[in-house]
Design a protein around this ligand. Structure first.
Ligand code: HEM
Length: 273
């Protein structure tokens, strides 16, 4: 009995973790497709028709500023390419595409990494050169996200070029997590407000205790969650695996609430306001 339990248990854990991974990715894909639809539906028609002032129909820090041609151009490229990058990131994680269409995976990967770096550098420019920030604290928190995107993109591409596939996959996942930080932030804000039924410990400059925890947590928690997932895969301790699995389920539950909040409240509010 003892022997068969210890033989089946690792297999069961591996299956549970793999299924959890598929479920987590399905939730993320639904939420990020919602984000892409929002970007395209809100910014697409306003930009294509030249009605740039209408970017400010939603609450933005700067958006369109009359006379600031460079800033307006940087803002437009930032938001529109955000949709392309988000879609590209999702495509990279679909195993069927990765395994069957390897050339597509390689090219889409290069485009995704280039766009993630472009958005990170463009975001830093918007925050510190254009001055688009609500407070120094919130500006620093999102800037750390930008720096982490650049730090994760470099090993991702280097390991791919050296054909070290295992390390490449790990760094690619880390890049995906930090490049999704801006999306996780919106999900976190809505999750927090819905769970508390109020914007508790938040303020109008995004520098309240909850704002700062969510701003930094929007990329640190997904990064730590990923490491927890990898360590649970490797662990031989049932206690550790149970705790890790429980934490991952809790985080995913919170994420699902936040995804529902962004898709049912936040973005419809911005679009139909
Ligand atoms: C790489 C992933 C990123 C994505 C997908 C992304 C996406 C977006 C989107 C969709 C907007 C429009 C705001 C909205 O409609 O809610 C935006 C604005 C902005 N982003 Fe990013 N962004 C990313 C990274 C960054 C980074 C790393 C920074 C800072 C270092 C940054 C700084 C900004 C700023 C300052 C604005 C203008 C906000 C305003 O005027 O209200 N972004 N971003």
């Amino acid at each position: 009995m003892q022997l068969s339990a210890s033989r089946t248990s690792p297999h069961l854990w591996a299956t549970a973790l793999r299924r959890f991974g598929v479920f987590w990715f399905t939730c993320v894909a639904i939420g990020q497709i919602g984000f892409i639809c929002f970007i395209v539906a809100f910014y697409g028609p306003r930009t294509a028709s030249g009605n740039y002032q209408a970017w400010n129909d939603k609450a933005l820090i700067d958006g369109h500023k009359p006379g600031d041609d460079i800033g307006n151009f940087m803002f437009a490229t930032h938001v529109l390419l955000a949709a392309v990058m988000t879609f590209g990131g999702l495509m990279q994680l679909v195993p069927a595409i990765r395994n069957r269409y390897r050339a597509l995976h390689r090219w889409n990967g290069r485009v995704f990494l280039a766009l993630a770096c472009f958005l990170a550098i463009g975001g830093l420019w918007l925050g510190w050169v254009r001055g688009t920030r609500l407070s120094i604290e919130s500006g620093l928190a999102v800037s750390l996200n930008g720096l982490l995107i650049l730090c994760c993109a470099v090993p991702t591409i280097l390991y791919a070029m050296r054909r070290k596939i295992r390390q490449h996959e790990r760094w690619a996942m880390r890049t995906f997590m930090v490049a999704s930080g801006v999306w996780f932030f919106r999900v976190g804000i809505m999750g927090w407000i819905l769970v508390n039924q109020s914007p508790r410990w938040m303020n109008s400059t995004l520098s309240g205790p909850a704002d700062m925890t969510l701003a930094i947590g929007s990329y640190m928690i997904p990064l730590l969650g990923l490491e927890l997932y990898y360590s649970a895969q490797k662990s031989i301790s049932n206690v550790y695996r149970t705790i890790a699995f429980g934490v991952l389920l809790l985080l995913t539950g919170f994420m699902i609430i936040g995804i529902a909040g962004t898709m049912l409240i936040m973005w419809p509010g911005d679009l139909f306001g």
